[in-house]
Structure formats: structure tokens, C-alpha cells
Design a protein around this ligand. Structure first.
Ligand code: SF4
Length: 467
């Protein structure tokens, strides 16, 4: 019964793919792109930054999937990774098919964003070998995912456009070769090309050779395309690295690119401040142990233990508390309880209360300061002042202790987090910690953490049942 249903679905799918019409007169006739040429139209600085950040989010998520051991599979939806990535791709980098039901203008705009964001990130990731390898690996996965989720007819049209001198092997030729040479061509479809183009396959004895031609089964066509994509991206990134110094003339772009190279997500998004005064100073200890990300948990515990907090620590942690919904009155109470070994006089002299009111915009320049995002906190890591991101600042042994204290004791899970930290993927590691410590969270969330407040929000809303 299942088989019949699948068969019906398959036939419907085949009918659908036959209906794709490729308009070769547009700038982006295909959904897939080998990114041969750089974009030439003007875009705004805001688009430049926003599009790059969106693509970076997608690549970060892919990286987390990779850390979990998930890979793109040769299935129409890309397998389980495809399902994990779908909402993220739909949100940040949608790429519709050329099917008639999608509006041409929307399709064009999506493809334009894809094209531009790829090239902007080339500028970010061509700066070192490590960055280049990372970009190539993730872009290849993204390309594969799109390849497997593409409509067959559109994909084939794209492959044809690449002009790889491939010739399909007809049924007659195949039969005659099988009879003449006593070969069994196990797969349904083959194509042939000059054997010099597939020396690695020849070496691995994965192809038939006849009269200077290699007969490649269709299943290996995918690999050839992916390898070609990778090879040309490698070359392009090296070339981009060489022209980078010339870009240093435009301050605005350089600033954005540096942020992005630091793992900058998101420098433009404003972190929400909960102004409902939801929590009291007395609740902070309990919240810290249950819902705070490692950075805020560390700052909280060390401030409590030392009855003291340095200025940078108070800024990062204080603004985080403001963001989760501590009113200025409750913040004042909380910080007084931290400095509980000082007399009222000593406390007053140090201006601690003034600083708290200042951060709420009630003193001095009266600016309503926002909580810091991960990028800012990671950059400002200083373990001597007990502030910043522990993933960046802690030695591995100390980090392991902290992870265990958060409840991660499984050796494999610990190794996965540490592996990401060793590769400097701090916010990705943080997302993985969230995942390991909130296994009952079945919501489809992005896994990369971009701010401590976001981490808290997810954790707390899960307990509240907002999911
Ligand atoms: Fe905090 Fe962000 Fe580091 Fe996580 S990644 S510990 S939220 S700074």
C-alpha cells in the first residue's frame, strides 16, 4: 500500500518537473549557481551587511549540523539535515524554483541575494587558509543541499549550462557495450567523457574505459559537479585574497567585513529589552543556574563568590539582567547584594549605584543602553576581570569543568563541544550546549546563539511552556 502511494507521489513529481520553464534571458535562469562572475549592480550598505549576515547564519547552522555528524544526503529533501535546515533557509536565504507558480520578481530577488551574499562572504573568508577551507566546506554543503532539493528538470538544465563536455550514453550503446565487452552496467543511466577529465575515478576503478572515453554512472555525476564547484571556489578565494588590500580604501565596507570575520552575528539586530519588570533580585540565583548561558552563569557565580565585580563584568552582566527584565530598582538591589561585604558608605563612594542607574538611562548622557551580543562579548573576553565568553577565555580543562557543572557529562557530547571551541566556533559551541542541556526542546529553532539574552529567552520560554 505504501508503495502505491509512493508511486503516485513520484508520478506527480515527475509531471511537475516536466512543467519547469527556464527563462534564459534573465540574469539568474537557474536556482543553482556556480558563482562564475561577480555581481555588478549597486546595492545599499545596509543590504550589503544584512545579506552577508543572513548567509552567515545559514553557514553557521550548517556548521552545527556538521558538528552533530549530520550531512546532506542524496535524497529529494537532502535527508534529515535538509529538514533541520529548511526553516532557516526559508527565513534567511530562500531560493525558489523556476516553476511557474513562483513570481518572477521574487525569484529574481532571492537569487540576487544569494549571488551577492556569496561574493560578500568571499571577501570575509579569503583572508586566511583556515577561513578559506571553512567557507569552501560549508558552501559545498549548501550547494549540495540545494542540488538535491532542486527540481530535476531545472537541475538538469543547470548542469547542461555548465558545458562540461558530457555525452549521455543511449540505451542502444549501453546494450551493445554490455554484449561486446561483457560488462554489466549496473546503473540505469551513464554518460561518457574524455577519461583525462576523471582521472581520480579511473584510478579508483569506478568507471568503464572504452576508446579513450570514460563511462561514468549517473550516481557519480553528482560528485563530479560538487568537486568542480569546490575546485573553482578554491581558486576564486585565493584570487580574492590577493585583491583584498585594495578594498581597505572603503572604511564602511572594511568595518562590516571585519565584524563578519570575527563571527559577527548580528551587529545590527537590536536585542529586545523586557520592560515588564518580570523578575526580582531574589530570583536571579535560581535563574542563573537554570537558564543563563555559560558566560552569564560564570559572571554571576564569580561575582557572588568574590562579593565584587569589575566594571566590564558589571557592564556585560548588568545589561544582560536589564535585558531579561530586571527593573532598575531590582538591579540596584541585586548589585547591592553582590557587594554585601561593603558598608553603605563604601558602596556609595564607589558609585556602583550611579553606574546601574546610568545603564538604565537615568544618569549622565541618559542613553538607554542595550545588552551586548555574543560578538561584542567574545571580543571583550578578559578572564582576569571575570568577563566575556568562557568558550573563548577558558583553558580546555576549566571549560570541561564548567560544562560538567551545567550537566553535560557524556564523553561524546563533551568532545563535540570542545572540538568546536578548538576551531574557535564559540557561538556554535554555545548553541550545542543549549541543545545538550535542553533535550526536551523540540521547537524548530536556529541553533547558533547570537546573544546571551537569546539563550535565556529560549530556555525560560521552554520552561514557561511558551513553545
Ligand atoms: Fe555567552 Fe555568547 Fe559566549 Fe554563549 S557564545 S557563552 S551566549 S558570549
Amino acid at each position: 500500500m505504501f508503495r502505491q502511494n509512493n508511486g503516485r507521489k513520484r508520478r506527480a513529481y515527475e509531471r511537475k518537473i516536466d512543467s519547469v520553464e527556464i527563462d534564459r534571458n534573465t540574469e539568474y535562469p537557474y536556482r543553482l549557481n556556480f558563482y562564475h562572475g561577480p555581481p555588478l549592480q549597486e546595492i545599499t550598505v545596509e543590504e550589503f551587511e544584512e545579506w552577508a549576515i543572513d548567509r552567515l547564519r545559514v553557514l553557521n547552522e550548517l556548521e552545527l549540523c556538521e558538528a552533530r555528524g549530520e550531512w546532506v544526503e542524496d535524497k529529494p529533501n537532502g535527508g534529515s539535515l535538509g529538514q533541520t535546515m529548511k526553516p532557516i533557509l526559508d527565513k534567511y536565504l530562500p531560493l525558489s524554483t523556476s516553476s511557474g507558480k513562483n513570481r518572477a520578481a521574487v525569484v529574481e530577488q532571492e537569487r540576487k541575494k544569494d549571488h551577492y551574499s556569496h561574493f560578500i562572504l568571499r571577501l570575509v573568508f579569503s583572508r586566511s587558509e583556515d577561513l578559506r577551507n571553512r567557507f569552501i566546506r560549508l558552501e559545498r554543503e549548501l550547494f549540495k543541499l540545494r542540488y538535491y532539493t532542486d527540481m530535476r528538470a531545472e537541475r538538469q538544465a543547470f548542469i547542461d549550462s555548465l558545458n562540461f563536455a558530457w555525452e549521455p550514453v543511449s540505451e542502444e550503446e549501453r546494450k551493445s557495450l554490455e554484449t561486446k565487452l561483457n560488462w554489466t552496467m549496473a546503473e540505469k543511466e551513464y554518460f561518457k567523457l574524455e577519461f583525462e577529465n576523471v582521472l581520480d575515478l579511473v584510478e579508483r576503478r569506478q568507471v568503464f574505459l572504452h576508446k579513450g572515453k570514460a563511462y561514468v554512472p549517473i550516481s557519480l555525476q553528482h560528485d563530479l559537479i560538487f568537486n568542480q564547484f569546490t575546485r573553482q571556489l578554491e581558486k576564486a578565494l585565493i584570487a580574492t585574497g590577493k585583491v583584498l588590500p585594495r578594498l581597505d580604501e572603503d572604511d564602511r565596507l572594511v568595518k562590516i567585513l571585519r565584524h563578519l570575520a570575527d563571527g559577527g552575528i548580528p551587529s545590527t539586530n537590536k536585542i529586545k529589552i523586557n520592560t515588564n519588570g518580570e523578575f526580582t533580585a531574589d530570583q536571579v540565583d535560581a535563574l542563573a543556574s537554570k537558564h543563563f548561558p555559560m558566560c552569564m552563569r560564570w559572571m554571576h557565580n564569580s561575582d557572588r563568590a568574590r562579593h565584587h565585580a569589575f566594571y566590564d563584568n558589571r557592564t556585560q552582566y548588568g545589561l544582560f539582567l536589564k535585558g531579561i527584565g530586571l527593573s532598575v530598582e531590582e538591579s540596584l538591589k541585586f548589585w547591592r547584594s553582590v557587594f554585601n561585604t561593603l558598608t553603605d558608605d563604601q558602596y556609595k563612594k564607589q558609585n556602583y549605584a550611579y553606574n546601574v542607574r546610568h545603564s538604565y538611562g537615568l544618569e549622565g548622557s541618559r542613553q538607554d543602553y542595550r545588552p551586548k551580543n555574543c560578538m561584542e562579548i567574545i571580543k571583550a573576553t578578559d578572564t582576569s576581570k571575570h568577563c566575556g565568553c568562557p568558550f573563548r577565555g577558558f583553558e580546555i580543562s576549566r571549560l570541561t569543568d564548567e560544562l560538567k557543572a551545567m550537566g553535560i557529562t557524556d564523553t561524546q557530547e563533551l568532545a563535540q563541544v570542545k572540538d568546536l571551541v578548538n576551531k574557535n566556533r564559540y557561538h556554535v559551541a554555545c548553541g550545542m550546549v543549549y541543545e545538550f542541556t535542553h533535550k526536551n526542546d523540540t521547537r524548530q529553532l536556529e541553533h547558533t546563539i547570537t546573544s546571551p539574552n537569546e539563550y535565556f529567552e529560549r530556555s525560560f520560554s521552554l520552561e514557561k511552556g511558551d513553545a
